[in-house]
Design a protein around this ligand. Sequence first.
Ligand code: GLN
Length: 538
Amino acid sequence: MTKHIFVTGGVVSSLGKGLTSASIGLMLERRGLSVRMQKLDPYINVDPGTMSPYQHGEVYVLDDGAECDLDLGHYERFTNGPLSRDSNTTTGRIYRSVIDKERRGEYLGNTVQVVPHITNEIKAAVRKLAEPGVDVVITELGGTVGDIEGLPFLEAIRQIPLDIGRQNCLFIHLTLVPYLKAAGEAKTKPTQHSVGQLRQIGIQPDILIVRTERDLGREACEKIALFCNVERNAVIEEPDKEFSIYEVPLGLVDHGLDQIIVDKLALNAQPLDLSHWRELLHKVRNPEHEVTIAVVGKYMQVRDAYKSIYESLDHAGIANSARVIVKRIEAEELQQQGPEVALSGVDGVLVPGGFGMRGIEGKIEAIRYARECELPFFGICLGMQCAVIEFARNVLGLEDANSTEFVADVAHPVICMLNEQKQITEKGATMRLGAQTCVLEPGSLAERTYGTTVIRERHRHRYEFNPAYRRQFVDAGLIPTGNHPDGHLVEVIELPSHPWFLAVQYHPEFKSKPPAAHPLFAGFIEAALQYNHLRVQR
Ligand code: GLN
């Protein structure tokens, strides 16, 4: 029988519920259990694909093309259980499905209501992951207790123990205990209120994970346990980790969280082995080298806008025993300052994905500088498209080259809309999405870096390299070295005359893990280290 863990949050948002859920997944997997992770998001968008990074941070893409919440990125980086479209469900998806059923007449004769129809649909979305062979499903509920839109989800997870037995379910609640400097103490009242709200709905948490700025001490923990009706040993402190997010699972395990979960759910688990994770942290703590990478983008103030890119750079640092310092550069500022100033002291330039025209010229300037100064360059999705535009303008002499995303009737549309996109009018989930096969040119930088000729990588775009210009680019030295198997789409370009200049139409950042850096990120950082070596000698 599959057991269920529900993770809810209270007091404030941004407590790191995703990271904590992923950490629980990691520790259970490292006790030999088969785990599935899931996120329920109470907003009404069917998926986050139509939201701006300012609203939502990065949109994470899965192999099956699902556009997801970025917490799924934490899940994939920390755990190994497969994720799919069913791993992220929103209010919009639930309602869409219920309304479709209503139109098909599946509820004929009935009034369709939040309880039981919406709640049944939510329960089915949770239970769907409880396939044979799965020991534990971990379901994280987005938002905080008290949000109006979260209520149907809380009601649904309240009912699940009635269906499958209370002993098969575990409720974990994450809260904040703020430290009030003026009072000189930690305040437990918001946590008490948050748990009170949960209990009003009918959910008694089994475990409280308490986020704190500084150690709470025995007394505060005892008070929380008493007032929240939770066993003392099940009140677990999770102090801020300033050094690395990889410390989170280790801190929770030090408080015995894995054993408490195993005991409460009566799981048949092996002893914990987190040695690989400790090794990882050791490497992060003791780097031998240091390298500075400029990420030139549009949402540099939004912490989570390029989440997976920053994480992948960290993984590549670990693989190269290096600390990667990221210099976040607003493309528009780079354009004003000039690349010489903005990029001074950096060892590599990465231009990530994006949409819309703002910042484009700054990105193109950064790429020109990297190409001319033999500075390692890595372009991703829009970053590749900008590299193509830059080369067309400054090497091929096609001065007004551009993407038709930015100028519809441009004279030289070196980036143009994919054929398959031309008839599409809807914006939600209609891009070229998910894992696609790509064939790499033997002997190319891409092929040598991957160590293989056939790869599968995840996509999310509407525009592509215009094949009409292929010959011109090749003749001038910018080579498409990765192509769709039937040859009609360019997926990788590189400049063999440059030490490391490579750009890809897909998103490699969605397939990098802390103990297994993505080969392109690892290769990029290796090249940046070599550049750094020369720069320091100079
Ligand atoms: N806006 C570009 C396109 O749609 C690039 C998308 C991206 O970088 N993810 O093709």
